[in-house]
Design a protein around this ligand. Structure first.
Ligand code: IPD
Ligand code: CA
Ligand code: CA
Length: 281
């Protein structure tokens, strides 16, 4: 089982710090915030406008809009201007090779199903991987006007000009935990359906329809578990530095690396994550 948790994250950060020229994590974080603001400028005018919807192929209805495409275009343009040597992986426009250890991971609108229904449970996800590890992550909801972000130094919430550090809620037993997942129909195999049903029965409350918001509020200590099956790297890699930087834990429940997507579960603490995994197994 590939776990990601706070101690491992800090240890990997410390080893990066000893490098001759440690990357400027704060500067890169500020740059990521600027990308999110620019994406919001493209996406917000299209929110609640009932503009055209295209549908991607797949087993579940998967809409995409001009908001998704315009948001990713401006982010890519800004990265290409400032860091032409960085690689980019985006949901809408694919992979661009780089000549550095950095790869930007972009989901311009996570929660397009919520977006097309006029619900504010969508967000822009921007992540930065360094030598294969997620090091900076940001979730921005421009309609609400809030951002959750994390880097090797911690995790924060920003809204209305106020910035505060965030921590996960700890000391919660599974029977008292609250959890969120996007939709039950996204659990496609009998095994995943059964694992999810067992976990849902074990916790106090299960909420649906939150997409990346669930992971952000786990990081901020308002929810205890967020999980989803069948994720792509851009659905989850930008969220891991926020959760891990806030003291939380993450795993891919079939044994993979959560930064690569798949079946990912995150929790406020390593102890709660292990309790949940034991019920799901
Ligand atoms: C969706 C969200 C959701 C996950 C779905 C994704 P999208 O992304 O990440 O949490 O469960 O599998 O498709 O398509 O709205 O960017
Ligand atoms: Ca997504
Ligand atoms: Ca998306």
């Amino acid at each position: 089982m590939h776990y990601c948790h706070y101690r491992e994250y800090i240890a990997s950060h410390n080893s990066m710090e000893t490098m001759a020229q440690a990357p400027d994590w704060d500067g890169l974080t500020r740059f990521a915030q600027g990308l999110a603001v620019a994406a919001g400028g493209e996406i917000l005018p299209l929110f609640r406008c009932n503009t055209g919807i295209d549908v991607k192929s797949g087993p579940v209805w998967d809409p995409v809009t001009e908001g998704d495409r315009a948001g990713e275009r401006i982010i890519r343009r800004m990265i290409e201007e400032r860091y032409p040597e960085h690689a980019i992986e985006g949901e809408e426009y694919g992979f661009k090779e780089g000549r550095s250890g950095f790869t930007w991971i972009l989901d311009p609108i996570d929660g397009t199903r919520a977006f097309v229904c006029g619900l504010p449970f969508w967000s822009t996800l921007i992540g930065l991987m360094y030598e294969g590890r997620p090091v900076i992550g940001l979730m921005s909801q421009p309609f609400v006007g809030e951002m959750f972000y994390g880097n090797p130094f911690g995790a924060w919430h920003a809204r209305g000009g106020e910035v505060r550090p965030i921590r996960t809620r700890t000391g919660i037993r599974l029977e008292d935990a609250t959890m969120g997942t996007t939709a039950p129909e996204l659990y496609r195999t009998d095994r995943d359906k059964a694992s999810f049903a067992r976990l849902s029965q074990a916790v106090r409350l299960t909420r649906f329809g939150g997409d990346a918001y669930f992971y952000a509020v786990v990081a901020a200590g308002h929810l205890d578990i967020a999980l989803d099956a069948g994720l792509q790297p851009y659905d989850i890699a930008p969220l891991l530095p926020i959760i891990l930087g806030a003291g939380g834990a993450a795993a891919e429940w079939t044994g993979g690396n959560p930064a690569e997507g798949g079946n990912v579960i995150t929790a406020g603490s390593q102890a709660l994550l292990e309790e949940a995994l034991a019920v799901m197994a």
